[in-house]
Write a protein that binds this ligand. Sequence first.
Ligand SMILES: C[S@@+](CC[C@H](N)C(=O)[O-])C[C@H]1O[C@@H](n2cnc3c(N)ncnc32)[C@H](O)[C@@H]1O
Length: 210
Amino acid sequence: MHLFFLSLIYYSLGKEIYYFLGHEIKIQEAIDHCGGVVWPAALALCRFLDTPTGRQQINLLDKLTLELGAGTGLVSIVATLLGAKMTATDLPEILGNLRCNLNRNTKWQRRHEPQVTALPWGYKLEEMFPHSTHHYDYVFAADVVYHHDCLNELLDTMLHFCQTGTTIILANKVHYQSDLVFIENFKKAFNATLLTELDKVRIYSATMRI
Ligand SMILES: C[S@@+](CC[C@H](N)C(=O)[O-])C[C@H]1O[C@@H](n2cnc3c(N)ncnc32)[C@H](O)[C@@H]1O
């Protein structure tokens, strides 16, 4: 719980202010959608990236980085402020809020302009994001395991984007038994290492299995 209070103060209904990397980050929420609020894993991952250890283990400077299920965009904002070449993705219906948060919070302090695009898990991946042209150094996924009806599609999507040299960063707060099943499948599919556990959020780093 302490992460929550360290990093956040409410200032009006539907808006939140966070402090990471010495920046004030204002998040507009869209409370009618689960991706419209900031989830614990996003908060824990940003907190980790705000430490010297986190930045040493996940070096984002000039790295091509993709976020799956970015929601309000907090992780993508922090990654952009750390110098990543960021592409934030989610379902089409919440991209407006995501784009707005990302632009508003990085406009004056970014090294690379972040991109926002629709990426429904498991949908026409090779057609829309061909391997030959879409190679990422990092793929982030924070609290995406929450959606039990599309876990196979989520794993397929992670596999699609994990090429030689790609590191997947999965941050997950275990809410249900099915989360543990997904983590076991994730560990079977990738070469995964637990980087840290913060306030019951596990942060894994994973690469392709040879
Ligand atoms: C629990 S929220 C987490 C949001 C954000 N990562 C965070 O931690 O604050 C899960 C996100 O996954 C997105 N999502 C759910 N199902 C999806 C699907 N089939 N394809 C792509 N995104 C999906 C939701 O729109 C939502 O933004």
